[in-house]
Ligand binder design. Structure first.
Ligand SMILES: Nc1nc2c(ncn2[C@@H]2O[C@H](COP(=O)(O)OP(=O)(O)OP(=O)(O)O)[C@@H](O)[C@H]2O)c(=O)[nH]1
Ligand SMILES: [Mg+2]
Length: 233
């Protein structure tokens, strides 16, 4: 987690000297403190938590809806969007009773630990073993904010191009698993799987990669197996 994002050199009107201001230090360390408390809280409740990140529309909600229905562990979801509760409604599960909290961030392009704390206050977690956090669709900002999660999953889809790991390295470098989604569209999109695999190896060597279609279900089995291993670890 970066402790200092950047330094700004400022000259204030009327001031004699130039001041160097470290921007983000306070914000980031406050977030890290809240995230550490969350991590402790998840441990005490014996809940496994993962944070799913991608660009808008890569398929986070589709993947989570399919995954949580199939994984075989009681689950809950916190989902962040700038506006609407569309995704929360999609994630309630086939019975419609999965605990889901929608965070509407207004203009904020990522989730922060304090937002998760507020969402948890209204989320019944009795008996829940797995908590999924769907972050705001964005391949940049969410990477910098620890949410106390056990592991991070980064998604990209075949229509976005093979070079996404090279262009957004911070996001991919900190991933514990990568999902390449919409493989049902790979041929139509002219997607080069080996180039994408090579780019991932360059940026995130050794990270497990799941090539799947959340829509058709192809490739879901090994992703589900990965999740089950994490739940029982
Ligand atoms: N063909 C195909 N379409 C998919 C797949 N996964 C998701 N989609 C479609 O892609 C669109 C976006 O999917 P979402 O699950 O809403 O994507 P998201 O990442 O949650 O989007 P935001 O929350 O807005 O960032 C929807 O129309 C999905 O049905 C897939 O594997 N194949
Ligand atoms: Mg979504």
């Amino acid at each position: 987690m970066p402790q200092k994002e950047m330094e700004l050199s400022l000259v204030f009107p009327g001031a004699e000297e130039r001041r160097v201001v470290a921007v983000n230090v306070g914000v980031m360390s406050y977030n890290d403190e809240r995230a550490a408390l969350l991590r402790r809280r998840y441990r005490e409740a014996e809940i496994v938590v993962f944070n799913v990140m991608s660009s808008p529309g890569a398929g986070k909600t589709e993947l989570l809806a399919r995954t949580l229905d199939a994984v075989g562990a009681p689950s809950a979801v916190i989902v962040g969007d700038l506006a609407t509760d569309n995704d929360a409604r999609r994630l309630r599960g086939v019975q419609g009773n999965r605990p889901v909290a929608q965070i509407m961030t207004g203009g904020v392009c990522h989730l922060e630990a304090a937002m998760i704390e507020r969402a948890l206050a209204a989320l019944p977690l009795e008996g829940v073993r797995l908590l999924a956090i769907e972050n705001v669709g964005n391949l940049v900002c969410p990477a910098g904010f620890d949410l106390g999660e056990d592991f991070r999953v980064v998604l990209f889809s075949v229509t976005e191009g093979e070079d996404k790991p090279l262009k957004y390295p911070k996001m991919f470098k900190h991933a514990d698993a990568v999902v390449v989604n919409k493989m049902d569209l790979a041929a139509a999109a002219g997607f080069d799987r080996s180039a994408a695999g090579e780019n991932l190896r360059l940026v995130a060597p050794g990270v497990p990669v799941f090539w799947l279609s959340a829509r058709s279900g192809a490739g879901m089995a090994s992703w589900l197996e990965f999740l089950r291993r994490r739940i029982h670890a």
